[in-house]
Write a protein that binds this ligand. Structure first.
Ligand SMILES: O=C1NC(=O)NC(C(=O)O)N1
Length: 310
C-alpha cells in the first residue's frame, strides 16, 4: 500500500530520515536500517572529520526545533566505507550526504566518490545555513550553475541536491531553470529555514550558543514553506527529476500533503529527533488510515494531484 519505486528499487515506505538527524554514527544508521523507514541517509559528510559548532547547538521547541550544528561529522571515509560495505551485503538503495567548504573542495569530494566503488545515491548538500562565514551555496544561482556544470563533466552516479527553502516565485523559476539543465536524480526540498532565533524568556537569552543564537528552523514552523517548495519544483522540474519532500512532518497527514504536492519520498527530521525511530511505524500507520478513508490503495493515485481552486 505504501510501496514506492525509487531508481528502480522498490521501497516498503516513502519515509526516511532527514540528513543530520539520527545518522551520525554507524549505530544510529543501523537503527534506521532496522526501522520501518523505507531508506536512510547519512549525516552530511565533509572530507575530514569536523567538531562542528559550540554547544548548546540544538534545541527542541513546542513547534519544532532550532539548530546550528555546523556540520559535525566523522569524515567522508567513515560513511563511504559503511555504505560500500552495506552495498556489498546486498543493500540496493542508499543515500550518502556530502558537502565541503569551498568550490574546489566540493569538486574534489565528488571526484573521490566518483572514483570509489559506491554505486548508491549521493545527496549534494547545497544548503547548510550554519557554518559561520559560509553562505548557503544554493542561494547563489550563478555559483550553483557553475558548480553543477563542472560536477556533471565527471560525475556519472545518481546525484540529488539538498536545497534551502525559497520564498519568491522568481527564485523558483530561476532555480528550476538551472536544475533542469542537469541529469539530476532528485531535488530535496527543504533544508531548515536558515537563521531563525528562539528565545528563553525566563533567562531573556537565546537558546543555542553559535552565531548569537541564530540557527536553522525545523518542525511545524516550516511545513507551509516546505510544501510550497515541493509543489513549486514539481510543477517546474523535468519529470525525470524526482522530488524528496522534507520539512514539517509531524503526523501521517503531513506525509500525505507532501506526496499530494508531488514528493516521491518524504524525510523526517525534528519529529524523528523528538520521537526516535518508532516515528516511522506511527507515520506509516497514520498514512495508511488516511489513504483508506479516502479510498486510495497506492501513493501513485494521489501523488502530485493537489487541486487548485478554479
Ligand atoms: O544542512 C544542514 N542543515 C541544518 O539545519 N543543520 C546542519 C548542520 O548545521 O550541520 N546542516
Amino acid at each position: 500500500m505504501l510501496k514506492t519505486n525509487f531508481l528502480g528499487v522498490e521501497l516498503a515506505s516513502p519515509l526516511m530520515n532527514a540528513s543530520g538527524v539520527h545518522c551520525m554514527s554507524i549505530e544510529e544508521l543501523e537503527e534506521l536500517a532496522n526501522s520501518q523507514a523505507g531508506a536512510f541517509i547519512t549525516k552530511t559528510a565533509t572530507q575530514l572529520e569536523r567538531e562542528g559548532n559550540s554547544k548548546p547547538r540544538y534545541y527542541d521547541t513546542k513547534l519544532g526545533s532550532i539548530n546550528s550544528m555546523g556540520l559535525p561529522n566523522k569524515g567522508l571515509d567513515y560513511y563511504l566505507n559503511y555504505v560500500i560495505e552495506r552495498q556489498q551485503q546486498g543493500t540496493q538503495l542508499q543515500f550518502l550526504s556530502v558537502t565541503e567548504m569551498s568550490y574546489e573542495e566540493n569538486i574534489n569530494l565528488l571526484s573521490k566518490i566518483q572514483r570509489s566503488g559506491y554505486q548508491g545515491v549521493t545527496e549534494f548538500n547545497l544548503s547548510c545555513p550554519n557554518v559561520p562565514g559560509k553562505p548557503q551555496i544554493a542561494y547563489d544561482f550563478e555559483l550553483t550553475k557553475k558548480l553543477l556544470s563542472e560536477v556533471f563533466t565527471f560525475f556519472t552516479k545518481p546525484l540529488g541536491v539538498k536545497l534551502p527553502p525559497y520564498f519568491d516565485i522568481a527564485h523558483f523559476d530561476e532555480m528550476a531553470t538551472i536544475l533542469n539543465k542537469f541529469p539530476l536524480t532528485y531535488v530535496n526540498s527543504v533544508n531548515s529555514i536558515g537563521n531563525g532565533l528562539c528565545i528563553n524568556i525566563d533567562k531573556e537569552q537565546v537558546v543555542i550558543k553559535p552565531k548569537g543564537g541564530f540557527g536553522g528552523l525545523g518542525g511545524e514552523y516550516i511545513k507551509p514553506t516546505a510544501l510550497a517548495n515541493v509543489r513549486a519544483f514539481r510543477e517546474r522540474l523535468n519529470p525525470n527529476i524526482k522530488i524528496i519532500g522534507t520539512g514539517g512532518v509531524i503526523n501521517g497527514k503531513d506525509v500525505f500533503e507532501h506526496i499530494l504536492c508531488g514528493a516521491d519520498l518524504v524525510q523526517v527530521g525534528t519529529t524523528l529527533h523528538k520521537e526516535g525511530v518508532d516515528v516511522f511505524t506511527r507515520l506509516n500507520e497514520e498514512l495508511k488510515v488516511i489513504m483508506k478513508e479516502k479510498g486510495y490503495t497506492s501513493l501513485e493515485q494521489f501523488r502530485g494531484r493537489l487541486k487548485i481552486i478554479e
